[in-house]
Design a protein around this ligand. Structure first.
Ligand code: PLP
Length: 425
């Protein structure tokens, strides 16, 4: 018998992975599946970035632990110009994806990690892996599942003596919500009052529908906000595995801790990838144009999903950024109870088997099993073709465009509508 670290062996396979596996199997068998479970950018990596990667393929040396200086400088400029965040190169750290940087941060910081209900699937497993304390803070549909300052205050008032670390994500995965300035200001007041460290996950920052970027809590609480970002979503380069982190000036005592930890774990991010990323963060006209166009397409598809589902009575969060929305069948609970579909895992399986629709159950996003809520990712379409068409002709992003370039979305939504209609008396 191999004895295994309990923090690791106790982790269960996530429902996300299970459904992705089930979808893969079905597709291999030639079955049609409308895959709303997958959370990856459908667009190609802007050509200039790929070109720079090829150009630097022969870079065989290790780079500095905190990252290539030239890249850190470009990220500083990018954050200043395109995210309204001011920082200096010494406070930027490059890692193999923002996920790893978050993990290392959770490892470093002592305290209780506060996770709003309706947050990204990996925060809690990371906290559990390291054996840290956590608390899930309640959120509600009426606020698009955004954390409210009074909910944070209530918790902190009762736990004022412990170190509290808040994980905040905007634009949000899974809800698609984007925090407004006033909401962040109110949260910042509470964070300041209780001396909370904030891990601000801004990986979708530029994928924001009503603004060029999502507002950052670091603008209102610069003292103790650590910002996370990367190539995966905005530049459609998840597989490149490059993320960054920005430490606030007030926490600069952590700089050497991070450098030591990086040097003893991943050493430094792949050199060619770092050189390629310089091109991304220079954010030249052609790259900016393709990012903006892909955001427009996502906005149109998000709106299509929202309009069509709300019309038949499915409760949805309002998509404001990223590529997800949460949809709820709680209003049909009675009928679903009769069908013995009483929890979101069973209902997700039912929808996959009976309607070929893959959704992710809310339990992975900290909802209770009997809350019939699901994450729907609207990226099951050929992003390359859609982007090419839109960039070439600047065609209207209407339902005809969506029917032509995102047929799986249209057909999958039809299936959900069909199912919803069976629940009506
Ligand atoms: C909210 C959120 N944070 C972080 C990540 C991780 O991104 P990266 O590819 O930079 O590790 C993801 C990826 O799915 C995400 O959705």
């Amino acid at each position: 018998m191999v004895s295994i670290n309990k923090n690791i062996s106790q982790l269960k396979v996530s429902a996300t992975l299970q459904i992705n596996e089930a979808v893969k199997k079905k597709r291999l068998n030639g079955e049609i599946v409308y895959h709303f479970g997958f959370g990856q950018s459908p667009f190609p990596i802007p050509k200039k970035i790929v070109k720079n990667l090829k150009k630097n393929a022969d870079c065989n040396h290790y780079l500095p632990t905190a990252g290539l200086q030239e890249l850190r400088i470009e990220i500083v400029k990018f954050l200043g110009e395109h995210q309204q965040i001011n920082t200096i190169q010494e406070n930027i750290f490059i890692g193999p994806g923002s996920k790893e940087l978050l993990y290392q941060t959770i490892l470093i910081l002592e305290g209780t990690f506060l996770i709003p209900k309706g947050s990204w699937v990996s925060y809690l497993p990371q906290v559990k892996l390291i054996g840290k304390d956590y608390f899930i803070i309640e959120t509600s549909f009426k606020n698009n599942y955004k954390l409210q300052a009074h909910a944070l205050e209530t918790y902190c008032k009762n736990h004022a003596t412990q170190n509290n670390i808040l994980i905040l994500n905007t634009p949000n995965n899974p809800s698609g919500a984007v925090y407004r300035k006033e909401e962040l200001e109110k949260l910042a007041i509470v964070c300041n009052k209780y001396d909370i460290i904030v891990l601000s996950d801004e990986i979708y920052s530029q994928i924001c529908f009503n603004n060029s970027h999502a507002k950052s809590i670091s603008n209102y609480y610069p003292e103790k906000t650590i910002v996370f970002g990367g190539l995966s979503k905005v530049f459609s380069a998840g597989g490149y595995r490059l993320g960054y982190m920005m430490l606030p000036e007030k926490l600069k005592e952590l700089n050497s801790i991070y450098k030591t930890l990086f040097s003893e774990t991943f050493s430094s991010v792949s050199a060619p990838i770092q050189y390629a990323a310089i091109e991304a963060y220079k954010y030249k006209k052609s790259i900016k144009k393709s990012v903006k166009a892909s955001v427009k397409i996502l906005e149109a598809i998000g709106d299509y999903v929202y309009q069509n589902l709300t019309q038949v009575g499915v409760r949805c969060t309002i998509p404001e950024g990223g590529f997800y929305i949460l949809i709820s069948f709680d209003d049909f609970k009675e009928t679903l109870d009769e069908k013995q579909l009483t929890n979101s895992v069973d209902l997700a399986n039912y929808l996959l088997e009976e309607y070929q629709v893959a959704l992710l159950s809310g339990i992975d996003f900290y909802f209770a099993p009997d809350e019939l809520i699901f994450r729907l990712a609207f990226v099951d379409f050929n992003g390359k073709k859609a982007l090419q068409k839109y960039l070439k002709n600047d065609v209207p992003l209407n339902s005809k465009f969506i029917e032509t370039y995102a047929p799986n979305i249209v057909n999958g939504i039809q299936k959900i509508i069909e199912f919803t209609n069976t629940l009506k008396a």
